[in-house]
Every structure is written in C-alpha cells, then in structure tokens.
Design a protein around this ligand. Structure first.
Ligand SMILES: C[S@@+](CC[C@H](N)C(=O)[O-])C[C@H]1O[C@@H](n2cnc3c(N)ncnc32)[C@H](O)[C@@H]1O
Length: 361
C-alpha cells in the first residue's frame, strides 16, 4: 500500500539523517512522518504519491521545502537553521513542530509546487576524486581538456581546476590548486597516488541534465541551497564558494537526456583537444535503454579516433544507488584500437570523502 511505502520512506530517511549527523533534518522528517500518519496537512500533500516515495525522495522534498522557507526569511523557522545563523537543539523540537504544522497548513500551494522538484545537491567534494583522473589524462595527452559532463546538475564540478585541494595520502599531505581559491576541499587518497600535474588546461566546459540548475536564476540558486541540510554549515559553505567561482563564467548546461546528448558530444571532436565525457553519481539513475545508448555511442565513436582528437570516458559512479562508487576511465588514443584501454583507479566514497587507489602508477 502507498501509505506503508511512505512510512517506510520516512523511517529510512530519519535513520539516514541520524547516521549522517543531521538532527535537524531527522526531526523535520520525523514530524512529517507523524503528521502523515495523523492525517495532518502533510498527508494532504503526499497521499497517493504517483511514483516510488523512496526513489523520489519524498521525505527530503518536504524537508527541502521547510529549509527553503527558512532561507526565504520565515521568522518562525529560520532561528532553527545554522544556514540562517540560527541553531537547533533537541529541546527545540516541539516549537519547531508547531512552526512546521502552521507552515504546511498555511502554504499548501507553495508546498505542492516545491514537491515537484527532485532534490539536487551538486556535490563539489566529488571533484576531489575526479582530480586524479583529470591530472592523469592531462599528463598523457598534453592537450587541453574539452569537458563534457552528463547529469551535471548546476555544473559546479566543471570548475574542478579552480578549486584548492588538500589530500591526505599514504605518503603525507598533498596540495593542489590555487591556495587563494574560495573553495578548498579536503579528501583522503589511500594507496600510492601518482604525481599530479601542476596545471590542467581546460579548453571548454559544457554539460547536460534532465533538470539543469540555472545558477543565474535566484530561485533555482536558493533551491540548490535548500537541499543541503540546514545544520551542515560546511557543505553550505562549499556550495556558496563553488557558486562564487562558477558565477565568473556560468557554464552552459543543456536541458537534455544524457542518452542522445552524449552521442552528439563525442562523435565530432575538435582537433588538438582531449574530449573527456564524464559523470559522477548519475549512472544509477539511467534505465537500461539509456545506458545502452551511451555505451553504443562510445563503441561507435571509439572506432574512429585519431591521435590528434582523443576521447576519454571518465566515471566516478556505481551501477545502482547505494552500491559502491568507483573511479575509472577508458581512453581511446587513436593508437590503442577500438576498445581503447581502461584504467580502474579504485573505489571511492559517493560523496567524495575518500578514494582507495588500487591502480599502479
Ligand atoms: C545524484 S545527482 C549528481 C549530480 C552531479 N553529477 C554531482 O556529482 O553532484 C544525479 C543527476 O543526474 C541527473 N540525471 C538523471 N537522469 C538523467 C538523464 N537521463 N539525463 C541527464 N541527466 C540525468 C539528475 O537530474 C541529477 O542532476
């Protein structure tokens, strides 16, 4: 039954919030669950949800709406959110619940509109994984990278070369990038990483998404912030810093299904640039026919690669949601045949916290 599925989705999300260290989002989701069961205004909004409430992240859509309202300046809510310079304590739960009950009764129309959008966080920490592969690709070809990202969301990871990185490795700490960058990322690379090239030249940046986030639109920007849990100030600071960088030259993100877009981007490749088609945590969202279309496009493009216009397929991805993510890439250099050659770097955290380097460099 749909109501059982919704309760399961709420309970699973509550546990995940606890595990991931967000008591505020846990209590927002907990309230939504209780209000749903008690047939309150939340039940009015999500009863009969068309789709799978777990896959569609219904609890996080509701939590996103509450956060969005706080970020928009609602005085009954913003005091609980670190993102609005407030703070949340366990003892605030009852007052928060009263404010949310009032919100969902008062703003039913706005809530319905908000619930139509799927949560998108565009996690820039993933750049701290992708960096290793971009560096290796640059070293191999000594040509600028033509970046093409499918499932790019707001396109923030396309600016990976403008971030600063502090990487803990088995051989000590490594630094990469401009120390004055507004965005400084920290990650762990276990194993023996290769030397990183000092400079990675980017020829162009372009992405696609089914639901691209237009960072020049104030509301889309606020929504992007609202998906970050309101008591996670570091993640919020990362997002704001990445937006500041992307604002200097907003990326072109086509509203397109990756299946057709990938083929269009990789078949024609400019001479003197390496075309790098890449993605992070997108593959699990594609169905069999979309995956097949992308694999076929690479198989076809791989048959006709010249050394002056190489092609790379870079993945920081898993097969299904919740399965382990892996960093790997396949290179078609024009000299290594239609299959190209695959480099499997190793498993990594889906949010970009750490990478296990298995490849020998
Ligand atoms: C988990 S998010 C990852 C976003 C970004 N790659 C990152 O690492 O932050 C998955 C993204 O894939 C997009 N997506 C899902 N299916 C897609 C498709 N068929 N074509 C293009 N984008 C798709 C979603 O809209 C969403 O922005």
């Amino acid at each position: 039954m749909m109501s059982d599925k919704l309760v399961t989705a709420f309970e699973a999300q509550k546990q995940a919030c606890d595990l991931l260290g967000s008591p505020l989002t846990r209590d927002i989701v907990g309230f939504c669950c209780a209000d749903f069961v008690a047939n309150g205004p939340v039940a009015n909004l999500v009863r009969g949800w068309q789709g799978d409430p777990l896959n569609d992240n219904v609890p996080l859509r509701l939590a996103g709406f509450v956060h969005h309202t706080a970020l928009s300046g609602d005085a009954s809510l913003n005091g609980f959110f670190a993102s609005c310079d407030g703070a949340y304590h366990d003892s605030d739960r009852v007052t928060l619940e009263t404010a949310m009950r009032d919100l969902f009764s008062r703003e039913e129309k706005a809530a319905r509109r908000f619930l139509r959008s799927a949560p998108q966080t565009n996690e820039t920490a993933r750049s701290a994984m992708l960096l290793l592969a971009f560096s290796e690709i640059s070293k191999r070809f000594a040509m600028p990278l033509r970046l093409r990202e499918m499932g790019a969301s707001a396109g923030l990871n396309m600016f990976f070369d403008r971030f600063h990185y502090t990487l803990q490795t088995d051989n000590g700490t490594r630094d990469w990038g401009d120390k004055k960058s507004p965005l400084s990322l920290e990650a762990t690379w276990r194993g023996t990483p290769p030397d990183l090239t000092d400079k990675i030249e980017v020829a162009s940046r372009r992405g696609c998404d089914l639901f691209p986030v237009d960072i020049s639109n104030a509301d889309a920007r606020l929504k992007l912030q609202s998906w970050i849990w309101g008591d996670m100030p570091e993640r919020r600071a990362r997002l704001l810093a990445a937006l500041q960088i992307a604002d200097t030259a907003p990326p072109q993100i086509d509203r397109a299904d990756a299946a057709g877009w990938v083929a269009a981007q990789i078949m024609q490749r400019p001479v003197g640039e390496v075309t790098v088609l890449y993605h992070s945590i997108v593959w699990p969202y594609l169905d069999v026919s979309q995956r097949f279309a992308i694999e076929s496009a690479f198989a076809q493009a791989g048959e006709d690669v010249r050394p002056d216009a190489p092609l790379v397929w870079l993945k920081m991805d898993g097969r299904e949601l919740g399965t382990i993510a892996r960093l790997s890439y396949r290179i078609w250099s024009g000299e290594n045949g239609p299959q190209g050659e695959e480099v499997i770097i190793g498993p990594c955290h889906p949010h970009g916290v750490d990478l296990e380097i298995e490849a020998a460099f």
